[in-house]
Design a protein around this ligand. Structure first.
Ligand code: ATP
Ligand code: MG
Length: 419
């Protein structure tokens, strides 16, 4: 029932099945002795399938979770508490009948056919009960490519401010799903149209109306969405890159002065970090995205020496450099340019060349390590070791032929003397 049937009917199978029954939880556990309770509402997990007793919700005191639930024998009552008509379709045996059939008391099958997200019953009360439904409406419409029925949409706008009741990690989970929509901008556009964008993601909303002279008639928000969609086109399913595209210019609103955006890359990296941490993204995603945003303003020229290419790779980080070029390609498209503008293809092949010659770019690849330094210089370990290794690496990035033990230790001794 619910979301899984919706997806099955739309030919997007793969969703988790939710099963509901008039059996009470203790009876379900008798029938499936291996089952375990999953939550305080008596949902039982057995063999990976969630089995829930038909229930009725009671008053939603916190705009999120019902204060209590009672079990019921009626499938119709269970469907009536669900959020959208397309999520309130069941396949089962209506009470008093022996044959299974569609159970669709809210007209979900018709809305599925008309490709509409419509609240069950009175939209105002549904959103008032549970503010998460506001975000779910936008996310589900985007994922399915559906419209939102007008009365439901109007109620979303009226209740937009209620998203302040939501836990931000829960919002983060919805954002994760929303960005899987094709194109990923579609859910964000719905959030903007229903006034949900500013209370949910003020960093993104701040981009609206900021001028850009890239594509005629496009402001910074349009540029952000176009870059996001281009990133999804270039590397579908790469969440980190999508987020980097989404957030790459979030430093612009606060740095805008005299028609310029000085330092917006660093400001954007800080904003991206705070945004993603708040939404409980894993720290490796946060680091990767902030790193990409911080470096996105490079400007390659054919006159760069090989040493300059190596320094660039070292500054960005060998692990991030390929992603950074993808981000730039998306940024190019979002700016109305060909993807490879700025001689990206040339830069890419020069980077490949450096890799082929295995020039060291990280401390790991240096011919000596900290222990070697401590021993050779006869000095106790301390912060000087890290500083010295960094300095040696810089010299090797400039001239890879110096990556030999004797040379590096010699350098270290000389520098030690003039420290
Ligand atoms: P997805 O699985 O893609 O996240 P879904 O709609 O299946 O989307 P689930 O969290 O799996 O969402 O929920 C299963 C079903 O429970 C939904 O289809 C809907 O019928 C009901 N449901 C989920 N969340 C709510 C809610 N906040 N209010 C009312 N009903 C809900
Ligand atoms: Mg589901």
């Amino acid at each position: 029932m619910g979301g899984a049937l919706r997806d099955e009917l739309l030919g997007r199978p793969g969703a988790d099945w939710d099963v509901a029954t008039d059996a009470r939880p203790d009876r379900i556990l008798e029938l499936f002795p291996g089952g375990t309770y999953q939550n305080r509402f008596g949902t039982v997990l057995t063999d990976g399938v969630e089995v829930t007793t038909f229930r009725r919700d009671h008053a939603y005191g916190d705009h999120r979770r019902p204060d209590a639930v009672t079990f019921t024998d009626s499938l119709d009552e269970d469907l009536a508490r669900r959020d959208f008509t397309i999520n309130a379709i069941a396949w089962g045996r209506p009470a008093g009948s022996t044959d299974a059939s569609w159970v669709d008391p809210t007209g979900g099958l018709a809305d599925l056919g008309a490709r509409l997200v419509r609240a069950v019953g009175d939209p105002d009360s549904r959103f008032d009960e549970d503010a998460l439904r506001l975000v779910r409406a936008a996310r589900i419409a985007a994922q399915l490519g559906f419209d939102i029925e007008p009365a439901t949409r109007a109620a979303m706008r009226a209740h937009a401010g209620d998203v302040r009741y939501l836990a931000s990690e829960r919002v983060g989970q919805e954002l994760r799903k929303l960005l899987t929509a094709r194109p990923p901008s579609s859910g964000l556009r719905i959030l903007a149209e229903t006034d949900l964008l500013a209370p949910l993601f003020p960093e993104l909303a701040a981009q609206r109306g900021v001028p850009q002279d890239k594509i005629a008639g496009h402001d910074l928000w349009d540029h952000c969405l176009a870059t996001l969609d281009a990133a999804a086109h270039i590397t579908p399913g790469d969440e980190g890159l999508l987020l980097a595209a989404l957030l790459h210019d979030t430093g612009k609103p606060e740095t805008f002065a005299n028609g310029r955006f000085l330092g917006h890359d660093q400001a954007g990296a800080r904003i991206a970090r705070a945004f993603l941490s708040r939404l409980a993204y894993p720290s490796r995603v946060v680091d990767r995205v902030a790193g990409l945003v911080a470096c996105h303003m490079f400007r390659y020229e054919g006159a760069w020496s090989d040493a300059a290419v190596r320094r660039f790779m070292r500054r960005v980080g060998v692990d991030l450099v390929d992603d950074l070029l993808v981000l730039r390609a998306a940024d190019n498209v979002g700016s109305g340019l060909p993807p490879e503008a700025g001689a990206l293809a040339e830069l890419r092949s020069r980077i490949d060349e450096v890799r082929m010659h295995a020039a060291p770019l990280s401390l790991r690849e240096l011919a000596i390590d900290g222990d070697d330094l401590v021993e050779a210089l006869g000095r106790p370990p301390g912060p000087w070791v890290g500083r010295m290794l960094e300095r040696l690496l810089e010299s090797v990035v400039a001239d890879p032929s110096r990556n030999r033990r004797e040379i590096l230790l010699d350098d270290a001794r000389t520098w030690r003397a003039d420290e």
